[in-house]
Design a protein around this ligand. Sequence first.
Ligand SMILES: Nc1ncnc2c1ncn2[C@@H]1O[C@H](COP(=O)(O)OP(=O)(O)OP(=O)(O)O)[C@@H](O)[C@H]1O
Length: 327
Amino acid sequence: MIQATPTGVHESGDACIELRRLHRFFGKTKAVNDISFSVARGHVYGYIGPNGAGKTTSMRILATLDLPSYGDAYVDGFSVVNDPELVRGRLGFMPDSFGTYRDVNCQEYLDFFARAYGLIGRQRKQRLDWVLDFTGTQGMAEKPIRGLSKGMKQRLCLGRALIHDPAVMILDEPAAGLDPRARIQLRQMIRELADQGKTVLISSHILTELAEMCDSVGIIEQGKLLATGSVEEIERQQAHTRELVIRILANEDHSEVSVADVLRNRPEVDNLVVDGELIRFAFAGDVQDQAALVAMLVNQGFQVAEVTSRKKSLEDVFLHVTEGLVQ
Ligand SMILES: Nc1ncnc2c1ncn2[C@@H]1O[C@H](COP(=O)(O)OP(=O)(O)OP(=O)(O)O)[C@@H](O)[C@H]1O
């Protein structure tokens, strides 16, 4: 085994994972394009973005399976560029595809990785028992991997990433393809790991899937981090994600189109759609601004019959932050 010479712990407050101006280019593709964020010890960070956003690339760099073009990332204080061996000992990585050990049973599989991490004797046996118990694979210990369901394989893969008791867990779309019960169970396991003090970075395409279990999230698209913070903070940043629907009665003086023209000229109005008597739009204002808008329309002679406002769902926030761009 190559012995790394530690270049020193990188001090960064309580951050247990830190990406600092991380870049990774593949030819002209900017898979990761200047991403920085940090995750505090014992926190779960959701890494959310559409296909091709750059999630796997940045996670592979954190797991020391790839190197950045520029920038650096730190795991438990150690640089993935300068101290990859030290990073590996502190990190458990669950890739988005399961390995190919079809003919070994679960116990043999975990034992193999425990040995690879240098666990010996009683310590190895205790760790193996803990992992089988924690992941609920105890009853499957003697079963060959090829006979496991997708949910059980995911549990085993999580167990493999946990076998050396790492401080940091990097989980690349662990919920993909799981049924609803298995998703809930996975969520509970991840929360439990964080409560035990582990720091978790978990990726998904779907904000709602992660919102409940994450202390904070980052939304990434085309290699750029578009928003980061707690789900509540991101919702607040997207204050104009309130949608207003106004019903205007047609009269001789005004047509619906002219209402639309009036509204379109307002700076707080965006994405306006006319749907018969209904006019829908995103509104960047609070309830006072909303009242002022209605008063202005009434003063201009429009017959405002109905106003409804809807706070956008997390799905809407995600769609608003991203543009659906793929590379
Ligand atoms: N080894 C590689 N060679 C060339 N391009 C690559 C390589 N790895 C990733 N890419 C490109 O980098 C971009 C980001 O890919 P990445 O797999 O990191 O995205 P992702 O967010 O994990 O997507 P998904 O949700 O589909 O897994 C994509 O355009 C992808 O095609």
